[in-house]
Ligand binder design. Structure first.
Ligand SMILES: *[C@@H]1O[C@H](CO)[C@@H](O)[C@H](O)[C@H]1NC(C)=O
Ligand SMILES: *[C@@H]1O[C@H](CO)[C@@H](O)[C@H](O)[C@H]1NC(C)=O
Ligand SMILES: *[C@@H]1O[C@H](CO)[C@@H](O)[C@H](O)[C@H]1NC(C)=O
Ligand SMILES: *[C@@H]1O[C@H](CO)[C@@H](O)[C@H](O)[C@H]1NC(C)=O
Length: 523
């Protein structure tokens, strides 16, 4: 999930701000039941990831991931000085999780395999049978309950031995990722028919490699984010082609990569330079990943290539900081996805300064050369980066549909969308969030003809939110992180989501907000 803004660490301040905004921003815009319904073949699901929920960091033969290692070495890195040692303790409570998923009535569950839980050293010479059994049991239980497991291979928890070798900046890691993927397909391919290779390579490459705001905070700005991007894309293509050749004929599954995208809109739609800035932003932050896979011509978008090459030249580099693909690599990447897996949270407004004081030199920010702002009128209920603007969701579907013709043939599946707040089970704002975003999704399907076939709410339950620790929450179920049992309780948004899934329409009045706004949100 998205966290790349520099985030204020004072939760109290955020809380006050969000309560102030509440009166303005949270009014329910619609009433009654949506006139449009979700098509019969539309899949509803919920998502989690291994490091964010499992805990059991050193149990059952698991090796360490970089998030284990880094947070142990730097215990004050997260805002609340928490780590993932126990998290929601799904390592022990997974049967409760599956009951929760059943109660929501969804057709699918997106989760990830912790690479070092099944390969403690990262490499396939040492397969940890206890870890293998843990995931096998979960997949069996899900399939028994008629819930499709949708499984991410890499959700940021790189085995520590590979991180020590440079992680995704080391092209050799592509080989080891392929080996790991082959082990996973061999072990679980009879049960798992929907695979996701890498979660949010953009977010991972910028925040962990280009900047210092996610573990392991390498801060290799200008080079690190592009090496990571390049190798992540190649690793995805390698695994796609391997699955296609060695497993797909028998297992008949589908495979994609999860791309995260904020929508970029011109700050002033009447200014051509703002319109151009929005397009530049989208190409540099989404096109860089989507164009090699989903466009007809393949490779990085021309504008991305030119921008990074020009800036590199200006800065005296004799080679571009953005690596080149070979022709074979361009071909392997092109078409290497069976659906478009999209994570979306926010919209931002774009305008063109040449430089911002907080941009590092060199960096993808400087190469992009676009100022990103929020609209202060858009309400905010949790994380300071998350100003809520539902119409951006519909505009993003349309941008994708207009840019990639292949999306007439393969569908978009929203693999993450959800809202932060500061906890509590009476989450009226989250109820509105889901209603409003899903309504925009219905408009994109029914009025714009966008080919959207699935939606996964993020997240099933409150999770360890990476660098933000447990300071804000995302779940449909709350988790009591103070209880040794990590007790799970459904929030109002869970009942609301279950109603949408059951009726296949949005009931805008299904959960009624009490008159007194002061009694709601955050505890
Ligand atoms: C459904 O359609 C009716 C008639 O056009 C309209 O009055 C109503 O607002 C619509 N409801 C929603 C929730 O969009
Ligand atoms: C795997 O890593 C562990 C702990 O770092 C080490 O003790 C062990 O020897 C390694 N095993 C293999 C097969 O490399
Ligand atoms: C890159 O530089 C070339 C040559 O100066 C110029 O024609 C082109 O417009 C520049 N492209 C971008 C995206 O800045
Ligand atoms: C935790 O669960 C156990 C077993 O269900 C129960 O006996 C115990 O009271 C619970 N503890 C707390 C603090 O909720």
């Amino acid at each position: 999930m998205w966290s790349s803004s520099v985030v204020a660490r004072n939760t109290a301040v955020l809380l006050t701000l969000s309560l102030l905004k509440l009166s303005k921003g949270s009014s329910v815009v619609k009433s009654g039941v949506s006139n449009y319904s979700f098509p019969d073949d539309f899949i509803f699901g919920v998502g989690t990831s291994a490091f964010q929920i499992e805990g059991g960091w050193n149990e059952g033969g698991k090796g360490e991931s970089i998030w284990d290692t880094y947070l142990h070495k730097h215990p004050t890195f997260t805002y609340d000085h928490s780590n993932g040692d126990v998290a929601a303790d799904s390592y022990h409570h997974y049967m409760e999780d599956i009951e929760m998923i059943k109660n929501l009535g969804v057709q699918a569950y997106r989760m990830s395999i912790s690479w070092p839980r099944i390969l403690p050293n990262g490499t396939d010479n040492n397969i940890n049978q206890e870890g293998v059994k843990y995931y096998r049991t979960i997949f069996e239980e899900l399939v028994k309950a008629n819930i499709t497991p949708v499984v991410t291979l890499f959700h940021w928890d790189m085995p520590t031995p590979f991180m020590d070798l440079g992680g995704w900046t080391n092209a050799k890691v592509i080989d080891y990722f392929e080996d790991y993927a082959r082990v996973a397909f061999s072990l679980y391919g009879d049960l798992v028919k929907m695979w996701l290779t890498i979660n949010e390579p953009k977010e991972n490459c910028i925040t962990s490699y280009g900047l210092d705001i996610s573990a392991p905070a390498l801060n290799l700005h200008g080079l690190g984010e592009y090496l990571c991007t390049h190798n992540s894309l190649l690793a995805h293509a390698r695994v796609y082609r391997m699955y296609e050749k060695e497993f797909k004929p028998d297992q008949k599954g589908k495979l994609s990569i999860v791309l995260d995208a904020s929508m970029g809109l011109p700050k002033d739609p009447n200014k051509p330079e703002d319109v151009e800035a929005a397009e530049n932003y989208l190409q540099m932050h989404l096109g860089m990943f989507a164009h090699p896979i989903f466009s007809e011509e393949g490779d990085y978008p021309r504008i991305v290539r030119e921008k990074v090459n020009n800036m590199s030249r200006l800065q005296g580099y004799s080679r571009s900081r953005l690596p080149y693909f070979t022709d074979e690599e361009i071909t392997a990447l092109r078409g290497s996805a069976d659906f478009f897996a999209l994570n979306h949270y926010i919209t931002e407004l774009m305008s063109p300064p040449t430089m911002e004081p907080n941009w590092k030199v060199p960096s993808i920010n400087q190469d992009t050369g676009v100022k990103m702002e929020t609209d202060p009128l858009w309400p905010m209920f949790g994380a300071e980066w998350q100003h809520v603007y539902p119409p951006g969701f519909r505009k993003l579907f349309n941008w994708l549909q207009n840019n990639y013709q292949i999306l007439k043939k393969i569908p978009i599946i929203v693999t993450e969308n959800g809202m932060t707040d500061f906890g509590g089970t009476k989450d009226y704002d989250r109820v509105d969030y889901y209603n409003d975003f899903l309504y925009q999704l219905l408009l994109a399907i029914h009025e714009d003809g966008c080919n959207v076939k699935g939606y996964f709410a993020w997240s099933l339950m409150d999770v360890l939110e990476w660098t933000a620790g447990y300071t804000y929450t995302f779940g449909l179920y709350s988790v009591d992180f103070n209880s040794p049992n990590r007790t799970r309780t459904p929030k109002l948004s869970a009942y609301n989501y279950a109603n949408i899934v059951r009726t296949r329409r949005i009931g805008f009045d299904y959960i009624k907000r009490p008159e007194d706004l002061n009694t709601i949100t955050s505890k």
